[in-house]
Design a protein around this ligand. Structure first.
Ligand code: SF4
Ligand code: ZN
Length: 292
């Protein structure tokens, strides 16, 4: 038995409950096939390493499936090296193949360099878009059939509000637990931790002896998301269940609106072929802006 925040619990039961929720989320949203090659996006933080751990447990039941950890080096001095070390250690321990791609090699620049350019948006705005592109490229390189990311319930609830406040509600439809192009042009993206709160992921990582990076990125000052995070945490404390309710509301919106028509707006970027709602994708526009 263990104690956490004044609550006594059985560690084994807690671990099994998280593993069960992961499997049930995958089943509920039809995320996986028995022979998938899953590119697990691993940053070296608690969410992605927990995701990797859970996939390794699941994979043992499906001998024709395969997982590869995909790590992205954005070029953030004094930060990313340590995270990649944690990722390498866990991959070694779990016996998972690791592929590392870097912004320098893919895009000819780094997040540190972009941060030094004093462009109109925060470094996170560029870094997040480029990371998505880097993961797409790595997944295509290894022939993955799914891309899995470690977004947890807190991340998802924040993103729903963020999209509303950015005046972009159709993104809520596109950013659900699964993003699958009905025309099959893009590797589907899945978020199997989307029903698990951040606190429970931290506890699971601790109970499974997973070492992860806990220092924050030096460029991580996404002001609006930070405000939303604090707001939602306060709401959750005063009104337990707030985050779940937000997630369920988004699910209802997705089923009420035609997801197909929103995805039909996606087509291939004229420059790189990645999915976009415009002629040229956000990443290509950003790379033009930062080109020296
Ligand atoms: Fe990139 Fe921002 Fe994340 Fe740092 S916090 S790794 S700059 S997205
Ligand atoms: Zn593009």
């Amino acid at each position: 038995m263990r104690e956490h925040e004044g609550v006594t619990f059985c560690a084994k039961c807690f671990r099994e409950a998280i593993e069960d929720r992961f499997r049930k989320t995958a089943i509920k949203h039809h995320m996986l096939e028995y022979n998938d090659h899953v590119a697990v996006a691993v940053s070296g933080g608690k969410d992605s390493l927990t995701l990797l751990n859970l996939f390794v447990k699941l994979e043992s039941r499906f001998p024709r499936s395969r997982i590869t950890a995909v790590c992205v080096d954005e070029g953030i001095d004094g930060y990313r090296e340590e995270a990649l070390e944690f990722a390498r250690g866990t991959c070694e321990k779990l016996g998972v193949e690791q592929v590392v791609v870097s912004y320098r090699e893919l895009f000819g620049t780094t997040t540190d360099e972009i941060a030094g350019m004093k462009l109109g948006q925060t470094p996170c705005a560029y870094c997040g878009v480029l990371r998505r592109k880097a993961i797409n490229k790595a997944a295509a390189m290894i022939g993955a059939t799914k891309i899995a990311t470690g977004h947890n319930l807190d991340d998802e609830a924040q993103t729903i509000l963020l999209n509303m406040l950015h005046g972009d509600p159709t993104r809520i439809i596109r950013s659900g637990p699964v993003l699958r192009d009905p025309r099959g042009k893009f590797v589907p993206r899945i978020k199997p931790l989307c029903d698990i709160p951040e606190k429970e992921i931290v506890l699971y990582a601790y109970l499974t002896g997973t070492e992860f990076q806990s220092v924050a990125c030096p460029h991580g000052h996404e002001a609006l998301r930070n405000d939303i995070r604090s707001f939602l945490n306060q709401m959750e404390q005063k009104h337990p269940g707030t985050k779940y309710t937000l997630i369920r509301s988004a699910e209802k919106l997705r089923s009420a609106m035609s997801v197909g028509s929103v995805l039909a707006e996606l087509h291939e970027c004229e420059k790189c072929g990645d999915p976009t709602t415009h002629e040229v994708c956000e990443a290509c526009l950003m790379l033009e802006a930062v080109a020296v």
